[in-house]
Design a protein around this ligand. Structure first.
Ligand code: TDO
Length: 241
């Protein structure tokens, strides 16, 4: 697979970073991070003049965008990235039990499309701490009116958006810039025996990743993932009353 190297993804910077065992999540370039943060919280104004957390639908019912309220002041800004009561008030009562974080050094890195089978199926709440990703969910609930359909949302350190992906969906993302730090909560703990995957460039799914498939930076596992046609989904759609 080809690699895309941005100014930060060059091999010199990367090896310096990987050689530093105190910083396994890498060279996050304080100046660049500071620039991103300032863009969000410019002069005491938030990117959105928003009084309350916001919930937005996507083209896949159940997959939702959550944008927390941001409080900006002369020091910088504050926001609650997760509050169970706030989400419950928005109708989201998912219990999260594991927090994950991944760092991808190159733009064009694709992680996915992944899921865990029951009884370890996972809902996920995804956000970006540094950088920008195109976050993708695919409905794999048998009998769903949107079975096999995908939705994509830009999540960035700049837009504060979080994507809620229920169990019963594949999840994956592509990094749009070098050095992306992604954090997500999961409603079930990691269970390697329950891991499943579908290849990111499956022709039946036809997901627009914004890059040529040949340029994607993949794990060996994702490069060998099976087709959507061969997926025996363990999920069934249950229409809400
Ligand atoms: C997902 C996961 C991986 N690992 C280990 C296994 C492996 O040695 C190493 C890297 O794992 P992976 O290659 O699966 O990492 P990655 O490709 O980033 O997998 C993740 O992709 C995104 C899109 C998701 O939705 C996640 O649920 C997860 O599947 O980390 C854990 O210890 N706990 C975990 O929860």
């Amino acid at each position: 697979m080809g690699r895309i190297h941005g100014p930060i993804g060059q091999s010199g910077a990367r090896s310096a970073c990987l050689g530093n065992s105190l910083h396994p999540f890498g060279q996050l370039r304080p100046v660049l991070v500071a620039k991103q943060v300032r863009r969000i919280y410019h002069k005491g104004k938030t990117a959105r003049d928003q009084e309350a957390p916001m919930l937005e639908p996507t083209t896949l019912p159940g997959v939702q965008i959550i944008t927390p309220r941001v409080f900006a002041d002369n020091r910088g800004a504050f926001c609650e990235t997760y509050n169970a009561d706030t989400l419950a008030a928005l109708g989201i009562d998912t219990v999260f039990v594991q927090d994950n974080q991944s760092w991808s050094h190159d733009a064009g890195t694709i992680r996915g499309l992944h899921f865990q089978t029951p009884p370890s199926a996972q809902a996920k709440l995804v956000r970006v701490l540094v950088g920008e990703i195109w976050d993708v969910a695919v409905d794999i609930r048998a009998g769903s009116p949107t079975y096999g359909q995908w939705t994509g949302v830009t999540l960035s350190a700049g837009n504060n958006r979080q994507l809620l992906i229920p169990a019963g969906f594949l999840h994956g993302f592509v990094t749009r810039v070098p050095d992306c730090l992604v954090a997500y909560k999961c409603s079930n703990v990691y269970a390697p025996a329950c891991e499943g995957a579908v290849r990111f460039d499956d022709p039946d799914l036809a997901i627009d990743w914004g890059i040529p498939a040949a340029d994607a930076v993949l794990s060996d596992k994702d490069a060998a993932a099976g087709s959507f046609a061969d997926l025996k989904t363990p999920f069934t759609y249950e229409a809400s009353a």
